[in-house]
Design a protein around this ligand. Structure first.
Ligand code: MN3
Length: 430
């Protein structure tokens, strides 16, 4: 870190404001403004401005916790959420963003009655999309859930915001479109997902571009080792009891079905440009190795840490710097053993479906994603059994025609069509 600063300073001869090591440690940094370098922390101008879309969800609240613990680093530009008025109001009060948006119109009506003197407020779906491109935020954390995250993410990219990507459905449904746009606007997509954050860390400093394969770890969820017959009648509560991660409901169901790992395989393909046959899922129940990269010479680099989402979130926000974090430290004398296993693709068919969808490409991953979103909601409402999630996905994938190189319009239309189709299919299952 010190070297980095001195390096920068060395180039700028007029600069007389070299920060001391103490200041660097406290987070002081140099900024280039109006043709000279200045050291500026006190005014808050060098604080990274971030916007959080989906601030009341699991990743959103943990992102705010990271911000809370590094008060000199970040300033909140936008907070946006769907409908949790109570929590959202508290967040707006505490972080005083420039703009606060609730996507749900009814929730917004309730929210509107409160008075926030320093914050502009807005409501509705379009306001949520617009919020993604608002102001001079440097980073947009996309922590909303599902396909609904696609349009706001595209808007953020078009406004040249760095994306801290937590909404994996965006890259699953529209990987090609989103990564091409990011290239066009020269925008970085930084992973927040713990596995992809791990891969990202494993690749730092490696310029050889010599990845042999990506080893994507999976906890295996609450049903690891269980067979088809044992999973016929599992309840919603059993599904929601994830052994190592505490997350939102949608992703917890996805983790139990291993569809989440399938979505992550597709996410990894787009983030790292690696073919599907070079992405291998490794079941690792302790969730300590967050993923690994194997290089052409046979070396494998892994990232390890206690399972705590605040770590990948913080790294995405502070990248390329590392700053202190309150997460629990690993004690290998307590850990003792790390185990690895092959995933059971026969029982957890959704993972295989995701590989298939990814390899087929075009609209197929979008079809898989839409069917899965509908199926997960139906399961949470008690309308279908757990394993029928796979039937809903397979039904959609066999019945829809694939369109290559889809535009946003095509993807949106496909997403809606699959939702209607899958809902009808679920009615027949009941
Ligand atoms: Mn993950």
């Amino acid at each position: 870190m010190v070297e980095h600063y001195l390096g920068v300073v060395g180039v700028v001869r007029s600069n007389r404001v070299v920060p001391t090591i103490n200041e660097i440690n406290k987070g002081c940094r140099l900024v280039f403004r109006q043709s000279f370098w200045i050291k500026d922390k006190i005014s808050g101008d060098t604080m990274k401005k971030i916007s959080i879309l989906g601030s009341t969800g699991s990743i959103g609240t943990q992102t705010l916790d990271v911000v809370r613990k590094l008060p000199d680093e970040f300033k909140i530009c936008v907070l946006a959420a769907n409908s949790n008025v109570e929590l959202f109001s508290k967040q707006v009060e505490e972080f005083q963003p420039e703009l606060a948006v609730l996507a749900d119109e009814d929730a917004f009506k309730k929210f509107q009655s409160k008075n926030f003197s320093r914050t502009k407020i807005a409501g509705g779906r379009q306001a949520f999309i617009d919020a993604a491109g608002y102001g001079d935020a440097e980073i947009v954390v996309t922590s909303m859930s599902g396909f609904a995250g696609l349009e706001p993410t595209i808007n953020a990219i078009e406004h040249r915001k760095t994306i801290a990507l937590a909404n994996k459905e965006t890259l699953v449904a529209a990987g090609e479109l989103v990564t091409n746009l990011a290239k066009k606007f020269n925008v970085k997509i930084l992973p927040v997902d713990s596995e992809h954050g791990a891969i990202f860390q494993c690749l730092q400093g490696d310029k050889s571009n010599a990845i042999e394969k990506i080893l994507l770890t999976a906890s295996g969820g609450p049903f690891r080792g269980k067979k088809f017959d044992e999973l016929q009648n599992v309840t919603v509560n059993e599904v929601l009891a994830h052994p190592t991660w505490n997350m939102g409901k949608k992703i917890t169901v996805d983790s139990a079905s291993l569809v989440n790992k399938g979505l992550e395989v597709i996410e990894a393909r787009w983030l790292y440009g690696v073919d599907y046959d070079k992405i291998q899922v490794v079941v690792h129940p302790q969730s300590i190795v967050h993923s690994m990269v194997e290089f052409v010479d046979g070396s494998i680099i892994a990232q390890l840490a206690a399972p705590d989402m605040r770590l990948p979130i913080q790294y995405a926000l502070t990248f390329p710097r590392r700053l202190p974090s309150p997460i629990k430290r690993l004690n290998f004398w307590d850990v003792k053993q790390l185990t690895f296993d092959e995933p059971d693709l026969k029982t957890f068919r959704g993972l295989k479906s995701a590989y298939d969808a990814g390899k087929i490409g075009g609209t197929m991953p979008c079809i898989l994603n839409a069917a899965n979103e509908v199926a997960v909601n139906a399961f949470l409402r008690g309308e279908i059994k757990f394993l029928q999630i796979y039937d809903v996905i397979e039904d959609a994938m066999t019945r829809r025609e694939v369109i290559k190189n889809p535009t946003l319009e095509i993807l949106t239309a496909e997403d809606s069509a699959v939702r209607i189709m899958s809902k009808k299919f679920i009615k027949k299952l009941q």
